[in-house]
Design a protein around this ligand. Structure first.
Ligand code: FAD
Length: 551
């Protein structure tokens, strides 16, 4: 935590030096003493302190200064740091000004020059003021602060990214917090771009890309080496399980992640059916554990780096990344999982992040305290989302297309026992309304053929997933939905596919291109569970090992 600041401001260098010396000897251990020779320069400095969220305990300012006198300075400074104590350093002739400024700027004290000996004439006064300041000040948050609005997609993405990386931050809603709004206006020179991110060292990022943000907060976004024995694309349970085994057996291994580690599992508030965790485990806890395990075994993990394409050159498998660089390896695992379908109706795109969230209950729930929200979907993820949201929202209504939920029984029981949750069966979402943010949804009961409109602050979408396999669309065999065929699923009429180039059959989890494997939700025939994905990732590694022996 940065030390609070004591300012001394005087245009006379000899007085400034003397004040600084006395302040430092008494308060230097607990406070930063900042001497400045003009009011204007001090005001500029205050802006920097404000961006870093530093605190000011006291201004000790000379009344007689050219350009801006002490009282004029305090008038400005108190707008920025209203709780700081204000002491004017005066000559006898300035007594009148000092007395009248007691009311004008809430002056706490005026000190006559000279103040020697300080033990008698300076410290007792300042000690008392500082003690009083300490009693009333609430120390500010010293970490990353994100200022924006709840209705902005870039704000949501940044919050989600940091949450998923377990990087703490403070959220400042500029629609509710006028100080935050003013800070943003001053630092972004009126730009309408949000969010503004205030870093503890004083730097400010305005609507950064995830890669820029990742680099600034110290995450690895680039590979250290040009070649790895094993490269894994996607850091959900499948990718991370493969990485842990590869690392533990001493293989050079890299995991490439386009967003933040954890995959879909990382967005789960509570996974209750994963072996070994009888009271459940949150997705971010599971991710944190898996990442530490993989890193302990020497695996490199890069985030905010999308793999765009995979190609083959001799015995090398080459991964082309969004920043134009390439990583080559001998065996690659596609563990890119699946993502939720976007709502197929007008307004869906425009309002994404502005009241409509895809599988993001975990990041956003707390901002909907005491509000009424809706969830779409009837499977496990929707049920978990609804339960988590009910901890904050006043009411959660779940829209289910079918006549019952398909979620596991323990989740359906929990939903039915929860007084804040209402289930609307046989219900289709047909329209989204809102300009800057979601305001209303229109739904239709398909049995009664009845249309209803609801006001809502937010809609959390957990409907059908699609595989994220575009990066190998022109390389490996996939089904019509995009799921990647592997192992025996590649066989046609019990025969190897015509384009399979080897005499041996494909290994388990090997795709139609030797040396390229796929596991987890992106592969054909998966059951979309954390344990299945982790198991598949582990077996895929065993098969990659076999493949590497053939090179
Ligand atoms: C909200 C929610 C709750 C769930 N709850 C449960 C539960 O309680 N129990 C259970 O068993 N299952 C649950 N599931 C399902 C489970 O999370 C998934 O089956 C599992 O995460 C699949 O793992 P995966 O590794 O195959 O893929 P994913 O978890 O989807 O991970 C894939 C990763 O690859 C990354 N990626 C994609 N494309 C690229 C690219 N081109 N370049 C780089 N990276 C890329 C993605 O960003 C993602 O991080 C839940 C799912 C959700 C969404």
């Amino acid at each position: 935590m940065a030390k609070p600041v004591i300012f001394s401001i005087d245009d006379d260098p000899s007085v400034l030096n003397a004040v600084e010396r006395d302040l430092r000897s008494r308060y230097g251990q607990d406070y930063r003493i900042i001497p400045i020779n003009s009011g204007k320069a001090a005001l500029e400095y205050l802006k920097k302190l404000q961006q870093r969220n530093d605190t000011v305990a006291l201004f000790l300012v000379d009344q007689r200064m050219p350009e801006m006198n002490g009282v004029e300075f305090l008038q400005q400074a108190m707008l920025v740091y209203p709780q700081a104590k204000r002491v004017l350093l005066t000559a006898y002739a300035d007594t009148e000004a000092a007395i009248s400024s007691i009311n004008d700027v809430g002056l706490d004290y005026y000190l006559m020059k000279p103040w020697h000996p300080p033990e008698e004439r300076l410290y007792p006064v300042l000690d008392e003021l500082i003690e009083d300041w300490k009693m009333h000040i609430r120390m500010p948050y010293q970490g990353i602060r994100i200022a924006g609005t709840l209705w902005s997609l870039p704000c949501h993405e940044v919050k989600d990214f940091l949450t998923r990386h377990q990087i703490p931050y403070q959220w400042l809603d500029i629609e509710k917090d006028s100080e935050a709004r003013q800070l943003v206006e001053e630092t972004t020179s009126g730009s309408s771009k949000l969010p503004a991110i205030f870093l503890p060292d004083g730097r400010v990022l305005v609507q950064p890309g995830l890669k820029e943000l990742a680099e600034v907060v110290g995450l690895q976004t680039r590979a250290e080496l040009p070649f790895y024995k094993i490269a894994i694309i996607g850091s959900g349970p499948a990718g991370l399980a493969c990485a842990v085994y590869a690392g533990s057996e001493g293989y050079s291994c890299i995991v490439i992640e386009k967003a933040a580690p954890g995959g879909q599992a990382g967005s789960s508030p509570k996974i209750e059916n994963y072996l070994g965790f009888p009271s459940g485990i949150s997705g971010d806890d599971l991710t944190r554990r898996a990442i530490s395990q993989a890193k302990r075994f020497g695996v490199e993990i890069i985030s905010a780096q999308e793999a765009l394409e995979v190609c083959v050159k001799d015995e090398y498998r080459i991964i082309k990344l969004a920043d134009g660089t390439e990583i080559s390896c001998h065996a690659a695992l596609i563990a890119t999982g699946a993502s939720f379908h976007m709502l197929p109706m007008p307004g869906g795109d425009k309002l994404t992040g502005a009241g409509i969230y895809y599988g993001a209950a975990y990041t956003e729930a707390m901002y909907y305290k005491d509000k009424q929200v809706f969830v779409v979907g009837g499977a496990n993820s929707a049920a978990q989302g609804a339960l988590y949201l009910s901890r904050f929202a006043s009411k959660v209504t779940v829209l289910i297309r079918g006549s019952n939920m398909t979620a596991s029984k323990y989740l359906v029981d929990a939903l039915e026992d929860n007084e804040k949750i209402e289930l609307l069966l046989n219900t289709d979402l047909i329209e989204l309304k809102g300009d800057a943010s979601l305001a209303q949804i229109v739904v239709k009961n398909t049995v009664r053929n009845e249309v209803q409109t609801f006001d809502t602050a937010a809609l959390f979408v957990f409907i059908g997933v699609r595989p994220q396999s575009q990066l190998v669309a022109n390389l490996v065999r996939r089904d019509e939905k995009g799921y990647i065929y592997t192992g025996t699923d590649l066989m046609v009429d019990n025969k190897l596919p015509q384009d399979w180039p080897l005499d041996r059959p494909p290994f388990l989890f090997e795709t139609s291109v030797p040396g390229i494997f796929a596991a987890g939700d992106v592969s054909f025939g998966t059951n979309h569970r954390v344990a299945s994905a982790a198991g598949a990732g582990a077996i895929a590694f065993a098969m990659m090992k076999e493949y590497l022996k053939t090179l």
